[in-house]
Ligand binder design. Structure first.
Ligand SMILES: NC(=O)c1ccc[n+]([C@@H]2O[C@H](COP(=O)([O-])OP(=O)(O)OC[C@H]3O[C@@H](n4cnc5c(N)ncnc54)[C@H](O)[C@@H]3O)[C@@H](O)[C@H]2O)c1
Length: 196
């Protein structure tokens, strides 16, 4: 079994900046390659870092080979509020980047992929009490539509090719280390930055 080497895509965001440090503790700083379309900021400058646009499929494959990556955490996405400003781009970025990662996982035989879904995959007619895992899913935002479609793509790659891909439907998650990225819960972060 190859040594675990992680590539984190979208590491400069709310989740990524925290997750990178969590993964450093588990796998060792040298075994976690953080990446984002932005330059490395704050604590991310201390570990391996690649400035990288996930829409560059060839570069993704190149990085996986270069660092002998075995696991990918794919966090880069256009979030709910920002997605409504440019729905076409939200669809393209969120879907194509996920497909690139799933294709890479299949073709380069990665051990594991993690890709977060969201409660945005639910809609107004989803039961609100004890919401079941399998239930009415009628998302009303382009972001929610990409999360629901993404869940199906992950399931497809697992069933068809045996790719070990895992996901959780997160509620609103916030952090204080990075500015808000355009999600519906980001006001809770934004008010503190604005107050300061
Ligand atoms: N924060 C939440 O409340 C929440 C809830 C449910 C699901 N999620 C999911 O978790 C993931 C991370 O969310 P977040 O809150 O950290 O978002 P965020 O906007 O703070 O971070 C996303 C990061 O992706 C980067 N990125 C954007 N386009 C890129 C590209 N083309 N190539 C490389 N990097 C790119 C951005 O620069 C940013 O640093 C997303 O998939 C999101 O849908 C978040």
């Amino acid at each position: 079994m190859k040594k675990t080497k992680v590539l984190l895509i979208g590491a400069g965001g709310q989740l990524g900046s925290e997750l990178t440090q969590g993964l450093w503790k588990i796998y060792g700083q040298e075994n976690v390659v953080a990446s984002d379309i932005k330059d490395a900021q704050g604590i991310l400058k201390e570990g391996p870092y690649e400035k990288f646009d996930v829409m560059q499929r060839d570069r993704l494959f190149e990085l996986i080979r270069k660092y002998e990556i075995t696991q990918i955490y794919h966090l880069a996405a256009l979030l709910s509020a920002t997605g409504e400003k440019d729905p076409r781009w939200a669809w393209k970025l969120n879907m194509e980047s996920l497909l690139f990662v799933l294709e890479a996982a299949h073709e380069l035989k990665l051990h594991k992929v993690y890709w977060p879904s969201s409660i945005a995959a639910f809609g107004p007619t989803t039961p609100k009490q004890n919401t079941p895992q399998d239930t009415i899913m009628d998302p009303t935002t382009v972001y929610g539509i990409t999360k629901l479609a993404g869940e199906r793509w992950c399931e497809y790659y697992f069933r068809r090719y045996g790719v070990d891909v895992r996901s959780l439907r997160y509620p609103g998650l916030i952090g204080y280390k990075t500015p808000p990225g355009g999600g519906t819960t980001d006001y809770a972060v934004d008010i503190y930055f604005k107050a300061i």
